[in-house]
Design a protein around this ligand. Structure first.
Ligand code: SF4
Length: 370
């Protein structure tokens, strides 16, 4: 007779534990599971979760780590689309677990595959697809949208490889359709000298995205009307104010911030770029950083010899990332150790295949450009 798993332990058991007991439970389950499990932690995760991660990174790094992991279980401390990507890139027989199914991404939710397909049909109807149009989706999107890109000669990008991928696609296509983050799209397009009036916004709730057929034909870049609610909170005046208050400060922001903020900054780049820039800066340097607060606070703790502050005075925290609490991680791991898989993320085979095409293109084009 095969071994029978123990009964699934409810999350409630972990919610009433002390913080110390929760941390101990995580350590104990990890010890029991050994190399059968790998815990991936995104940089925006809270400290009491990220300290248990075996590997940390931004969404691009984590997707590469997921593709190389050999463990039977990948426990993803991040948000839903990242766990989907881990399932897409992972090996057959690997199980991906998201410790809280409510950990989504408000930006990813701003584009559904039905809306994207409808927009594509509208482009076809007005003859735009007679040009070479490439759909590019930010990593922060559903597996179904990644698959759409895979089927239509498109690609997935992240904030760390948007520039090399735009470079490749702008050279090989007439027009790009970028979703769901208009800010990353616009900020990247501007780096290639595309004028703002050639970057139109597509509102999925309006006919032709709210544009005239002429404007759509004329555009170089069509930007989906989506944004990150965290990075959208940074404003131009934050940069003006901090420069006034802190002489010599450098403003360093993520390209999910609005274009006006990026224009006002000294430097912009992905989460990894932000970390490396601060790491490599001299002692005593001053940084006002426009990105998620958990990452900024961690940099502050790591570099007490540098003056590091959040660019905005109010809290810019990703509430959905915060949903992964140590209690959820303890619960997921305890059940895995007992032979029960909870909160498994599974992408259907066809979606997985085409999303893998788009993610595979991303990884190979990024590696070729480096
Ligand atoms: S920080 Fe913004 S883009 Fe990133 S997961 Fe949170 S809501 Fe989504």
């Amino acid at each position: 007779m095969s071994a029978v798993a123990e009964a699934v332990r409810p999350l409630e058991d972990f919610l009433v534990m002390s913080d110390e007991d929760v941390a101990e439970s995580i350590v104990e389950s990890k010890r029991e599971l050994g190399d059968r499990v790998v815990i991936l932690g995104h940089h925006y995760q809270r400290d009491d979760v990220v300290k248990h991660a075996d590997l940390t990174g931004d969404s691009y790094q984590l997707s590469v780590m997921a593709s190389k992991a050999d463990a039977e279980y990948i426990v993803f401390c991040g948000v839903h689309f990242m766990a989907e990507s881990a399932n897409i890139l992972g090996k057959d027989g690997q199980t991906v677990v998201l410790p809280d199914m409510g950990a989504g991404c408000s930006m990813a939710d701003m584009a559904s595959v039905e809306e994207v397909e409808d927009a594509w049909e509208q482009l076809e109807e007005i003859g735009v697809l007679e040009q070479r149009v490439a759909p590019i989706t930010y990593m922060n999107s559903s597996a179904a949208i990644k698959a759409f890109c895979g089927r239509n000669d498109g690609v997935v990008c992240t904030s760390s490889n948007a520039i090399p991928l735009f470079d490749h696609y702008l050279k090989n296509f007439d027009k790009l359709f970028f979703f769901p983050d208009q800010h990353l799209g616009r900020n990247t397009g501007a780096k290639f000298g595309i004028p703002l009036d050639k970057m139109i916004v597509w509102d999925p709730h309006k006919e032709l995205g709210g544009n005239t057929p002429e404007a759509v034909h004329d555009a170089k870049l069509i930007l989906w009307r989506g944004h990150c609610s965290v990075h959208g909170r940074f404003k131009e005046w934050h940069a003006d104010q901090v420069r006034e208050e802190v002489p010599g400060v450098k403003v360093l922001v993520h390209p999910e911030c609005p274009h006006e903020v990026v224009v006002k900054s000294d430097l912009d780049g992905s989460t990894s770029f932000i970390i490396k820039t601060v790491e490599n800066s001299p002692s005593g340097s001053k940084w006002a950083i426009g990105t998620e607060v958990n990452l900024v606070n961690r940099l502050k703790t790591r570099f007490p010899d540098k003056d590091i502050r959040l660019l905005a005075p109010d809290l810019c925290m990703c509430a959905t990332m915060f949903r992964i609490a140590p209690q959820n991680l303890a619960w997921a791991l305890d059940n895995l150790a007992a032979g029960n898989v909870v909160n498994e993320i599974v992408v259907d085979a066809e979606t997985r295949h085409y999303a893998n095409v788009a993610l595979g293109r991303m990884i190979s084009l990024t590696e070729n450009k480096n």
